[in-house]
Design a protein around this ligand. Structure first.
Ligand SMILES: Cc1ncc(COP(=O)(O)O)c(C=O)c1O
Length: 379
């Protein structure tokens, strides 16, 4: 079957609902989910909560909503702060929600190993509640798994979880792609979830549902999160059709994730052979080109992609279950063309920089050029 999204490499969010998914929605329940009267929504919430090994689940319309209300629910009275990886979606790509919804300070931490935060990174950047009135104490640690496609090692998670709970710190997981980690490592998703107080699990990314994330955690916590969901306009009335499609996506597509990872890994190896440097090793469904070593001209890259009928965005290449072999070959042709051009005309941005960010290698502030801004965009 060829999907409309067969040539989409911008993000795994571009998967489209299958005819079977759409057909399943026709027979959905039509209760009001704000009043907890929708059967299909309740079924999805309890199905995902059970998989995650948690008491309860809450269907949210997006991962952003699920993450933001999760963190809001963990926090009480400011001043308070959240510690996370400096690349975390909750910090970089959720429209400043931590500042507005939670009034939280953020400690964005650069992982010392270049891949994922360790317990030492957390201890080194943790602000205790020790009576120093100058500080906003750390109340929550928020981790992301996978992050840049990298799988968080279970043994490190166990150490972090133990330490956080010893120190009264809540631990949240942005598990937008936790399914990918569990599928790749070959463990039930509950093996990851057991270390966290709350987990946001997206259904609309690599699993291919048109919409939705489920926040899981203890029942009392989920009840409170539901309050914030409503406050933020997230109460969906007849959500049964969305829940139906999401449940079908989960049941039919989870088993396809490892094949997607194989494609991404093969593509990573191919990049290596061509001398196209990667930023991080390929472990799941993302390939990140190294923007410090690969100087693609964004216009040439877009032009080559158009010529070979593939859709790309910046330096991240996302694979999903609806790609096909022909599109992957076309993607190679497009990238090779743009890469060859970059060897002759390395793209150097000239102009007024608009953004500053912390340089992952040197810890110094560096200016980010417009083209890098584009490449840094993650949806
Ligand atoms: C890691 C991560 N978390 C959260 C989100 C937010 O999801 P949504 O686009 O459904 O708000 C995304 C979006 O792609 C993401 O990549």
């Amino acid at each position: 079957m060829t999907f409309e999204s067969h040539n989409e490499f911008r993000s795994d969010t571009f998967t489209v609902p299958t005819p079977e998914m759409l057909a399943s929605a026709v027979n959905c329940s039509v209760g009001d989910s704000v009043y907890k009267e929708d059967r299909d929504t309740l079924e999805l919430e309890s199905y995902v909560a059970k998989l995650a090994g948690k008491e309860a689940g809450l269907f949210c319309c997006s991962g952003t909503m699920s993450n933001q209300i999760a963190l809001r629910t963990h926090l009480f009275q400011p001043p308070h702060r959240i510690l996370c990886d400096y690349r975390s979606h909750v910090y970089t790509h959720e429209a400043g929600g931590l500042a507005t919804l939670s009034q939280a300070m953020v400690t964005p931490v650069i992982p010392s190993n270049g891949l994922y935060l360790t317990l030492d990174d957390i201890i080194d950047n943790f602000i205790p509640d020790d009576g120093d009135v100058h500080m906003a104490p750390t109340r929550v640690v928020s981790l992301e798994n996978t992050l840049s496609g990298i799988i968080f090692p279970l043994d490190e998670l166990a150490k972090i979880s133990h330490w956080c709970h010893q120190h009264g710190i809540r631990l949240h997981c942005d598990g937008a792609r936790l399914w990918n980690a569990a599928a790749e490592v070959g463990v039930p998703i509950s093996e990851y979830c057991k270390y966290f107080d709350s987990v946001s699990l997206c259904l609309s990314k690599s699993l291919g549902a048109p919409i939705g994330s489920v926040l899981v955690g203890p029942r009392e916590y989920i009840e409170k999160a539901n309050h914030f969901k409503k406050q933020n306009g997230g109460g969906i009335r007849q959500s049964g059709m969305l829940a139906r499609m999401a449940l079908m996506a989960l049941k039919t597509n989870y088993s396809k994730l490892t094949q997607t990872h194989k494609w991404a890994k093969e593509f990573g190896k191919w990049c290596d052979k061509q001398g196209i440097a990667l930023e991080v090793p390929v472990q799941t469904n993302f390939v990140f080109l190294d923007s410090k070593k690969v100087h693609l001209n964004p216009a040439v890259w877009q032009e080559a992609a158009k010529k070979h009928n593939v859709k790309v965005m910046g330096y991240r290449i996302a694979f999903h279950y609806q790609n096909d072999a022909a599109s992957v070959e076309n993607l190679k042709k497009a990238l090779l063309e743009a890469f060859k051009d970059s060897l002759v005309n390395p793209y150097v941005f000239r102009g007024a920089p608009k953004l500053y960010r912390v340089n992952s290698n040197s810890s110094e502030l560096t200016m980010v050029a417009e083209h890098e801004k584009q490449s840094a965009k993650v949806i």
